[in-house]
Design a protein around this ligand. Structure first.
Ligand code: DGL
Length: 262
Protein backbone atom coordinates (compact mmCIF):
# COMPACT_ATOMS: atom_id res chain seq x y z
CA UNK A 1 0.00 0.00 0.00
CA UNK A 2 2.89 2.43 0.69
CA UNK A 3 3.13 3.71 -2.87
CA UNK A 4 -0.59 4.17 -3.31
CA UNK A 5 -1.79 7.80 -3.47
CA UNK A 6 -3.21 9.97 -0.70
CA UNK A 7 -6.87 10.79 -1.45
CA UNK A 8 -8.04 14.36 -0.85
CA UNK A 9 -11.52 15.79 -1.34
CA UNK A 10 -13.32 19.10 -0.97
CA UNK A 11 -16.55 20.67 -2.19
CA UNK A 12 -14.41 22.37 -4.84
CA UNK A 13 -11.11 24.16 -5.37
CA UNK A 14 -10.63 25.25 -1.73
CA UNK A 15 -8.95 22.03 -0.62
CA UNK A 16 -6.09 22.75 -3.02
CA UNK A 17 -4.87 25.07 -0.23
CA UNK A 18 -4.45 21.89 1.86
CA UNK A 19 -3.06 19.89 -1.07
CA UNK A 20 -0.28 22.52 -1.41
CA UNK A 21 0.71 22.12 2.26
CA UNK A 22 0.71 18.30 1.97
CA UNK A 23 2.74 18.45 -1.23
CA UNK A 24 5.26 20.84 0.37
CA UNK A 25 5.78 18.56 3.38
CA UNK A 26 5.56 15.21 1.57
CA UNK A 27 6.80 15.86 -1.99
CA UNK A 28 7.28 12.19 -2.88
CA UNK A 29 3.72 11.19 -2.02
CA UNK A 30 1.32 10.86 -4.97
CA UNK A 31 -2.15 12.33 -4.54
CA UNK A 32 -5.62 12.14 -6.04
CA UNK A 33 -7.75 15.24 -5.52
CA UNK A 34 -11.53 15.41 -6.01
CA UNK A 35 -13.12 18.85 -6.45
CA UNK A 36 -16.86 18.35 -6.12
CA UNK A 37 -17.52 21.86 -7.44
CA UNK A 38 -20.87 20.86 -8.96
CA UNK A 39 -22.22 20.45 -5.43
CA UNK A 40 -20.54 23.51 -3.88
CA UNK A 41 -21.22 25.10 -1.52
CA UNK A 42 -21.51 22.25 0.98
CA UNK A 43 -21.83 24.86 3.72
CA UNK A 44 -25.47 25.58 2.94
CA UNK A 45 -26.50 21.89 2.82
CA UNK A 46 -28.01 19.71 5.55
CA UNK A 47 -25.84 17.34 7.59
CA UNK A 48 -27.47 14.36 5.81
CA UNK A 49 -26.58 15.74 2.37
CA UNK A 50 -23.00 16.48 3.46
CA UNK A 51 -22.63 12.92 4.81
CA UNK A 52 -23.98 11.44 1.54
CA UNK A 53 -21.60 13.52 -0.59
CA UNK A 54 -18.67 12.62 1.69
CA UNK A 55 -19.51 8.90 1.33
CA UNK A 56 -19.62 9.26 -2.47
CA UNK A 57 -16.26 11.12 -2.51
CA UNK A 58 -14.65 8.55 -0.19
CA UNK A 59 -15.84 5.64 -2.36
CA UNK A 60 -14.47 7.30 -5.51
CA UNK A 61 -11.08 7.78 -3.83
CA UNK A 62 -11.04 4.20 -2.55
CA UNK A 63 -11.91 2.92 -6.07
CA UNK A 64 -8.86 4.82 -7.29
CA UNK A 65 -6.69 2.96 -4.77
CA UNK A 66 -6.05 5.65 -2.15
CA UNK A 67 -4.30 4.51 1.06
CA UNK A 68 -5.72 7.25 3.29
CA UNK A 69 -8.28 10.06 2.83
CA UNK A 70 -7.80 13.72 3.77
CA UNK A 71 -11.14 15.48 4.16
CA UNK A 72 -9.86 18.90 3.01
CA UNK A 73 -13.09 20.62 3.94
CA UNK A 74 -14.10 21.95 7.37
CA UNK A 75 -17.78 21.52 6.52
CA UNK A 76 -17.41 17.84 5.56
CA UNK A 77 -15.10 17.16 8.51
CA UNK A 78 -17.38 18.68 11.13
CA UNK A 79 -20.47 16.96 9.72
CA UNK A 80 -19.28 13.66 8.29
CA UNK A 81 -15.89 12.48 9.58
CA UNK A 82 -17.38 10.55 12.52
CA UNK A 83 -19.54 8.59 10.07
CA UNK A 84 -16.60 7.97 7.71
CA UNK A 85 -14.32 6.78 10.52
CA UNK A 86 -16.97 4.36 11.78
CA UNK A 87 -17.76 2.92 8.37
CA UNK A 88 -14.45 2.67 6.47
CA UNK A 89 -11.39 0.77 7.48
CA UNK A 90 -8.76 3.37 6.47
CA UNK A 91 -7.33 6.38 8.31
CA UNK A 92 -9.09 9.74 7.76
CA UNK A 93 -7.51 13.13 8.42
CA UNK A 94 -9.89 16.06 8.85
CA UNK A 95 -9.68 19.82 9.22
CA UNK A 96 -11.34 22.04 11.81
CA UNK A 97 -11.09 25.79 12.49
CA UNK A 98 -7.86 26.56 14.41
CA UNK A 99 -9.58 27.95 17.50
CA UNK A 100 -7.09 26.48 19.95
CA UNK A 101 -3.90 28.30 18.76
CA UNK A 102 -5.87 31.54 18.26
CA UNK A 103 -7.37 31.33 21.76
CA UNK A 104 -3.97 30.60 23.32
CA UNK A 105 -2.30 33.58 21.64
CA UNK A 106 -5.04 36.19 21.72
CA UNK A 107 -4.18 39.23 23.86
CA UNK A 108 -7.60 40.84 23.50
CA UNK A 109 -9.24 37.51 24.44
CA UNK A 110 -11.49 37.98 21.43
CA UNK A 111 -11.19 35.76 18.36
CA UNK A 112 -13.13 35.87 15.10
CA UNK A 113 -14.08 32.72 13.18
CA UNK A 114 -15.13 32.98 9.54
CA UNK A 115 -16.60 29.68 8.34
CA UNK A 116 -19.58 28.14 6.58
CA UNK A 117 -23.02 27.74 8.10
CA UNK A 118 -22.53 23.96 8.02
CA UNK A 119 -19.33 24.20 10.09
CA UNK A 120 -20.54 26.80 12.59
CA UNK A 121 -23.78 24.89 13.26
CA UNK A 122 -22.08 21.49 13.73
CA UNK A 123 -21.84 19.84 17.13
CA UNK A 124 -18.12 19.10 16.55
CA UNK A 125 -17.41 22.82 16.10
CA UNK A 126 -19.38 23.63 19.26
CA UNK A 127 -17.55 21.10 21.40
CA UNK A 128 -14.14 22.22 20.06
CA UNK A 129 -14.89 25.86 20.69
CA UNK A 130 -16.17 25.14 24.21
CA UNK A 131 -13.06 23.06 25.02
CA UNK A 132 -10.52 25.60 23.85
CA UNK A 133 -12.17 28.93 24.37
CA UNK A 134 -12.05 29.20 28.14
CA UNK A 135 -12.38 32.90 28.93
CA UNK A 136 -12.20 33.81 25.23
CA UNK A 137 -14.98 35.51 23.35
CA UNK A 138 -15.56 33.88 19.98
CA UNK A 139 -17.21 36.01 17.29
CA UNK A 140 -18.67 33.66 14.68
CA UNK A 141 -19.43 34.82 11.15
CA UNK A 142 -20.94 32.77 8.33
CA UNK A 143 -19.16 33.57 5.05
CA UNK A 144 -22.29 33.35 2.87
CA UNK A 145 -21.48 33.87 -0.80
CA UNK A 146 -17.68 33.67 -0.52
CA UNK A 147 -17.30 30.08 -1.75
CA UNK A 148 -19.29 30.68 -4.98
CA UNK A 149 -17.15 33.78 -5.67
CA UNK A 150 -13.94 31.78 -5.21
CA UNK A 151 -15.30 28.84 -7.23
CA UNK A 152 -15.97 31.21 -10.13
CA UNK A 153 -12.42 32.59 -9.97
CA UNK A 154 -13.44 35.96 -8.49
CA UNK A 155 -10.96 35.95 -5.64
CA UNK A 156 -9.80 39.54 -6.01
CA UNK A 157 -13.01 41.14 -7.31
CA UNK A 158 -14.52 44.28 -5.80
CA UNK A 159 -17.62 42.22 -4.94
CA UNK A 160 -15.49 39.80 -2.89
CA UNK A 161 -13.76 42.68 -1.12
CA UNK A 162 -17.06 44.42 -0.32
CA UNK A 163 -18.62 41.22 1.03
CA UNK A 164 -15.57 40.45 3.16
CA UNK A 165 -15.62 44.00 4.55
CA UNK A 166 -19.18 43.51 5.81
CA UNK A 167 -18.17 40.22 7.51
CA UNK A 168 -15.04 41.65 9.11
CA UNK A 169 -16.56 44.87 10.42
CA UNK A 170 -18.53 43.37 13.39
CA UNK A 171 -15.48 41.34 14.40
CA UNK A 172 -13.27 44.42 14.42
CA UNK A 173 -15.88 46.33 16.45
CA UNK A 174 -15.82 43.45 18.96
CA UNK A 175 -12.02 43.83 19.28
CA UNK A 176 -10.64 40.64 17.69
CA UNK A 177 -6.88 40.25 17.36
CA UNK A 178 -7.04 36.82 15.65
CA UNK A 179 -9.12 35.84 12.65
CA UNK A 180 -9.52 32.08 12.20
CA UNK A 181 -10.21 30.97 8.62
CA UNK A 182 -12.56 28.00 9.07
CA UNK A 183 -13.01 27.04 5.42
CA UNK A 184 -10.32 25.70 3.08
CA UNK A 185 -11.42 28.10 0.34
CA UNK A 186 -10.64 31.14 2.49
CA UNK A 187 -6.78 31.07 2.48
CA UNK A 188 -7.13 32.30 -1.12
CA UNK A 189 -8.71 35.46 0.34
CA UNK A 190 -5.70 36.29 2.53
CA UNK A 191 -4.32 39.06 0.24
CA UNK A 192 -7.75 40.78 0.23
CA UNK A 193 -8.13 40.27 3.97
CA UNK A 194 -4.70 41.76 4.63
CA UNK A 195 -5.84 44.91 2.86
CA UNK A 196 -8.96 45.09 5.02
CA UNK A 197 -7.56 44.19 8.44
CA UNK A 198 -5.54 46.45 10.74
CA UNK A 199 -1.95 45.25 11.17
CA UNK A 200 -2.44 43.93 14.71
CA UNK A 201 -5.06 41.36 13.60
CA UNK A 202 -3.44 38.06 12.71
CA UNK A 203 -4.92 35.52 10.31
CA UNK A 204 -4.66 31.84 11.17
CA UNK A 205 -5.68 28.70 9.28
CA UNK A 206 -5.17 24.96 9.73
CA UNK A 207 -3.40 23.99 6.49
CA UNK A 208 0.08 23.30 7.87
CA UNK A 209 -1.33 21.44 10.87
CA UNK A 210 -3.30 19.16 8.53
CA UNK A 211 -0.15 18.40 6.52
CA UNK A 212 1.76 17.55 9.72
CA UNK A 213 -1.12 15.37 10.90
CA UNK A 214 -1.18 13.60 7.50
CA UNK A 215 2.51 12.79 7.89
CA UNK A 216 2.00 11.57 11.47
CA UNK A 217 -0.84 9.27 10.38
CA UNK A 218 1.24 7.84 7.51
CA UNK A 219 4.17 7.21 9.86
CA UNK A 220 1.95 5.63 12.54
CA UNK A 221 0.32 3.29 10.03
CA UNK A 222 3.60 2.50 8.25
CA UNK A 223 2.17 3.94 5.02
CA UNK A 224 4.82 6.50 3.99
CA UNK A 225 5.89 6.10 0.37
CA UNK A 226 9.32 4.56 -0.22
CA UNK A 227 9.69 6.31 -3.59
CA UNK A 228 12.65 8.67 -4.07
CA UNK A 229 10.92 10.55 -6.87
CA UNK A 230 8.43 13.39 -6.81
CA UNK A 231 4.84 12.20 -6.47
CA UNK A 232 2.36 12.23 -9.35
CA UNK A 233 -0.88 14.14 -8.86
CA UNK A 234 -4.25 13.60 -10.46
CA UNK A 235 -7.01 16.17 -10.03
CA UNK A 236 -10.64 15.44 -10.82
CA UNK A 237 -13.40 18.01 -11.11
CA UNK A 238 -17.04 17.75 -12.13
CA UNK A 239 -17.17 21.31 -13.49
CA UNK A 240 -14.58 23.62 -15.04
CA UNK A 241 -11.06 22.21 -15.56
CA UNK A 242 -9.61 25.70 -16.19
CA UNK A 243 -10.70 27.05 -12.79
CA UNK A 244 -9.17 24.10 -10.94
CA UNK A 245 -5.97 24.42 -12.99
CA UNK A 246 -5.72 28.10 -12.08
CA UNK A 247 -5.60 27.16 -8.37
CA UNK A 248 -2.73 24.67 -8.80
CA UNK A 249 -0.74 26.35 -11.56
CA UNK A 250 2.09 27.59 -9.34
CA UNK A 251 3.05 24.06 -8.41
CA UNK A 252 4.58 23.23 -11.78
CA UNK A 253 7.50 21.44 -10.11
CA UNK A 254 5.24 18.44 -9.57
CA UNK A 255 3.51 16.39 -12.24
CA UNK A 256 -0.14 17.39 -12.36
CA UNK A 257 -2.95 16.16 -14.58
CA UNK A 258 -6.47 17.56 -14.38
CA UNK A 259 -9.46 15.56 -15.58
CA UNK A 260 -13.09 16.51 -15.94
CA UNK A 261 -14.63 13.29 -14.83
CA UNK A 262 -16.88 12.11 -12.01
N1 DGL B 1 -14.03 24.32 1.58
C1 DGL B 1 -15.05 23.90 2.44
C2 DGL B 1 -14.78 24.10 3.90
O1 DGL B 1 -13.64 24.03 4.29
C3 DGL B 1 -16.48 23.98 2.05
C4 DGL B 1 -17.04 25.23 1.52
C5 DGL B 1 -18.42 25.00 1.01
O2 DGL B 1 -18.56 24.21 0.07
O3 DGL B 1 -19.36 25.60 1.55
O4 DGL B 1 -15.68 24.28 4.67
Amino acid sequence: MNNHPIGIFDSGVGGTSIWKEINALLPNEGTIYLADSKNAPYGAKSKEEIVQLSIRNTELLLDKGCKIVVVACNTATTNAIDYLRKNYNIPFIGIEPAIKPAALQSQSKTVGVLATKGTLSSSLFHSTSENHANGIKIIEQVGTGLVPLIESGNVNSSKTKALLATYIEPMLSAGIDYLVLGCTHYPYLIPVLEDLLPKHVKIIDSGEAVARQTMAVLVKNDLLTNSNEKGKHKFFTNTDVGILESFIKNNSSSINTVYQDF
